[in-house]
Write a protein that binds this ligand. Structure first.
Ligand code: 13P
Ligand code: SF4
Length: 370
């Protein structure tokens, strides 16, 4: 088992930031026979147990393929939440990171929600501890509290709205039109992007995604000069100088859609490289180039792969089914409160297709909806 160290930000209510260590476990690689055997066992256990596999685009390609093959789903965080809620399966196996499993449990308490590794979290979630966040909110009672999906259930329980990258622009625009001031957490890059696009009055928490934070504007410009006809696709968790170079800014689904529907031959992709698996499947004729995370302006050499998404493995999925391991439990009071802001987002996305469509073409320049 590989063990690595990653930095992530923490912040207290006064706004001071400190750095702590996170670690991630990568499942051991399997040979062809082992993989085949595990996949077969998962397939029969899913049927026997009335379970369904729901995966994010960043997890290993074998897991994504298995989800599709077994009647499951691979999607962005908004679509994953909707799918889990609406599916008739009694058991949801969520291959992604913890906030995705928690969202599923919050929305479907009657279902058993299992994850391959409960230590698979997210630097945004880690960087926004509930106690400090609650103090921060209490200090700004005049603001509507809007949190990104990448947060704990306890943080969501204090929020008025939850958003994902698919609907954040539309919801912030809607709140601004209502004259509301926003307290935003935790991703400062996404917050700044929404602020720029909507002109909303937003107070930002200072979190960041350790994966997207490593994309570099200067190196991206150099790469673009070598591929002048390439379209640049950027996830809005990336820093401003990277977002500014983008032809399309959007959720993982929006980025995939841009590759499938785009007329360009080449695409520079600034998000976790796990997404390339789905892009290649849907648009095999397109040339996909990973955006740079290294170079003169880099603080470290990173691999553009989320260490927590990488903790999802086939053996972990089988363990969920055979040992009932990795079950998500949420305190019922917290769950009931957290559900309100998620349901609000789901109602909004169902009832305001026109605003989502408007956001898709960007209020200023880019898109933000799948
Ligand atoms: P999406 O909702 O766009 O899939 O993003 C989730 C995420 O964690 C990106 O880093
Ligand atoms: Fe969190 Fe970043 Fe990993 Fe997404 S890629 S789950 S935001 S750490």
């Amino acid at each position: 088992m590989t063990k690595e160290l990653f930095d992530y930000p923490k912040q207290d209510a006064s706004g001071a930031t400190c750095v702590a260590q996170a670690w991630a476990k990568v499942p051991p690689s399997l040979n062809k026979d082992e993989k085949h055997q595990i996949i077969q066992s998962i397939k029969s256990a899913l049927i026997k147990q009335n379970a369904v596999l729901v995966a994010h685009y960043y997890v290993d390609g074998d897991i994504q393929d298995l989800a599709w093959e077994t009647g499951g789903f691979v999607a962005d965080s908004l679509e994953m939440a909707k799918f889990g809620k609406n599916h008739s399966a009694q058991k949801l196996i969520i291959a992604g990171v913890k906030f995705m499993g928690e969202s599923a449990k919050i929305l479907s308490p009657e279902k058993t929600v299992l994850m391959p590794d409960l230590d698979a979290t997210c630097s945004l979630d880690l960087g926004c501890p509930a106690d400090d966040f609650i103090k921060f909110c209490d200090a700004h009672p005049d603001r509507e509290v809007v949190v990104y999906a990448n947060t704990s259930a306890a943080v969501k329980a204090r929020a008025d709205w939850m958003v994902t990258s698919s609907c954040a622009l539309a919801i912030a625009h809607h709140l601004k039109e209502q004259g509301k001031k926003i307290l935003w957490a935790p991703d400062r890059h996404l917050g700044r992007y929404i602020q720029d696009q909507t002109g909303a009055d937003m107070l930002l928490w200072e979190g960041h995604c350790i994966v997207h934070d490593e994309f570099k504007g200067i190196e991206l410009e150099t790469l673009k000069s070598k591929h002048p006809d390439a379209m640049i696709l950027v996830h809005p968790e990336s820093p401003a100088h990277v977002v500014d170079l983008a032809d399309v800014v959007g959720s993982t689904s929006a980025m995939i859609k841009a590759v499938v529907e785009g007329t360009a031959k080449e695409y520079i992709v600034a998000t976790d490289k796990g997404i390339l698996h789905r892009m290649r499947q849907l648009a095999p004729e397109k040339i996909l180039i990973e955006a740079p995370t290294a170079g003169n302006s880099a603080t470290c050499k990173s691999c553009a792969h989320c260490p927590w998404m990488a903790m999802n493995g086939l053996q972990g999925i089988l363990d969920c089914l055979t040992k009932q391991s990795g079950e998500i439990f949420i305190d019922e009071d917290v769950r009931i409160k957290a559900k309100i802001c998620i349901e609000k987002m789901l109602d909004f996305t169902a009832n305001h297709p026109e605003l989502l469509a408007k956001a898709q073409h960007g209020f200023v320049k880019h898109i933000g909806a799948a």
